[in-house]
Design a protein around this ligand. Structure first.
Ligand SMILES: [Zn+2]
Length: 375
């Protein structure tokens, strides 16, 4: 079994110390694979004076030249032939910036190990029949947006009785299905089964305000879950107040702090970061996170800088080390107090690239969120 597969099927998903060697070997294996199979990647990193021999210990990971996600949005790089690519997804972007991700079998296998480990550790797998509210697009053949697929895939973590979508496919277009959601929720409450919500924080906030406006107050099954995807500040810079949103959820749905799970991920770095009970994104064994200053030098704990994400997950595309446009800060695991020892990061905002519209920002426009006073 490759180092990568061993890492992704390791059970103890926050034990960085015991998996450092495995991680290092998986990264070296991954870099070698990409430099062999993707000429452009080999050129990019050698152009920056990098040699795989430079990485001898886990402390040397910062030497791997990170590729900016902005570059990857304009240049799709593959390390596998087209006929080996199984799953393709794209991220939306009105500015013409589109990210594509495609998985071959080894990458999908790693992904499966990670999903199992992450879902089991976060107790997201349930055998209870469950009703779903997907605060996003209904999947269709013509919609390849990654977030749609993620949300849809997540509805398999517990057996689905019914799924209601906020943006319904009419066959030619999408329409906002707020009445459908309200009626479904009233039905779900009567059925007495757990309900799972999936979506971006802004969508969820919009839904709660709509429910309040319509005078609807529910008491959903206590095993219900709200799964919110995407960071907070990076996507919505202070537009959604987390504490206020959690309180509102408790009031409107009967589901508070302990039933809300947040999740952070990026297309170019498809690792799932789930928040701990104290709502922090601890680094799992599948990745390492480096914060860098403007000169690309790594900074320590407590110093804000650019977020650099490293993982050996992908064999199909050279996403070993990517530089996001997020501004973040790292904290030692112990500072959290939840018992998880691996460090955690906090997203502070974007690194001055205001012209990039994420799919979440598009969603904001689509929902015309201003009308209900969120912004
Ligand atoms: Zn924690």
């Amino acid at each position: 079994m490759s180092y990568g597969h061993r890492l992704f099927f390791h059970k103890d998903i926050y034990n960085l110390k015991d998996t450092d060697d495995l991680f290092l070997n998986a990264i070296l294996e991954n870099i070698k694979h990409h430099t062999d199979k993707c000429q452009d990647y080999a050129k990019i990193i050698s152009h920056q004076g990098f040699s795989i021999k430079d990485v001898k210990t886990i402390e040397d990971l910062y030497k791997i030249p990170p590729i900016p996600t902005l570059f990857l949005k304009n240049h799709t790089l593959y390390s596998a032939p087209q006929n080996k690519l199984m799953l393709k997804s794209t991220t939306s972007g009105t500015s013409g910036k589109v990210s594509e991700i495609a998985l071959d079998l080894p990458s999908a296998w790693n992904g499966l190990g990670m999903v199992l480990g992450t879902f089991l550790t976060n107790k997201l797998v349930s055998f209870y029949p469950t009703n779903y509210v997907v605060l996003g697009y209904q999947p269709s053949k013509r919609n390849k947006i990654g977030a749609v697929k993620t949300a849809y895939a997540t509805t398999y973590a517990a057996p689905a009785i019914h799924r209601e979508y906020a943006l319904k496919d009419t066959g030619t277009d999408y329409v906002l299905n707020m009445n459908g959601i309200k009626n479904a929720l009233l039905r779900y409450e009567k059925m007495g089964l757990p309900v799972r919500f999936m979506g971006f924080p802004a969508y969820f906030s919009f839904l709660l305000k709509e429910l309040i406006y319509s005078g609807i107050k529910l008491k959903l099954h206590p095993k219900s879950l709200i799964i919110l995807a995407g960071g907070w500040k990076n996507l919505f810079t202070e537009q959604v107040d987390k504490t206020a949103l959690y309180e509102m959820s408790q009031r409107v749905l009967g589901l508070g702090n302990d039933r809300i799970k947040e999740f952070f991920g990026a297309v170019e770095h498809p690792i799932a970061y789930f928040n701990c009970p104290n709502h922090h994104f601890h680094v799992p064994i599948y990745s390492r996170v480096i914060i860098r200053d403007l000169n690309m030098q790594p900074v320590g704990y407590g110093v804000p800088g650019m977020l650099n994400l490293i993982t050996p997950m992908m064999a199909s595309m050279p996403f070993v080390s990517v530089m996001t446009d997020d501004l973040a800060i790292m904290h030692p695991g112990e500072e959290c107090g939840c018992g998880i020892s691996s460090p955690y990061f906090e997203i502070l905002g974007r690194v001055g690239l205001g012209d990039i519209k994420t799919c979440a920002a598009n969603a904001l426009e689509l929902l015309d969120i201003k009308k209900c006073g969120v912004v």
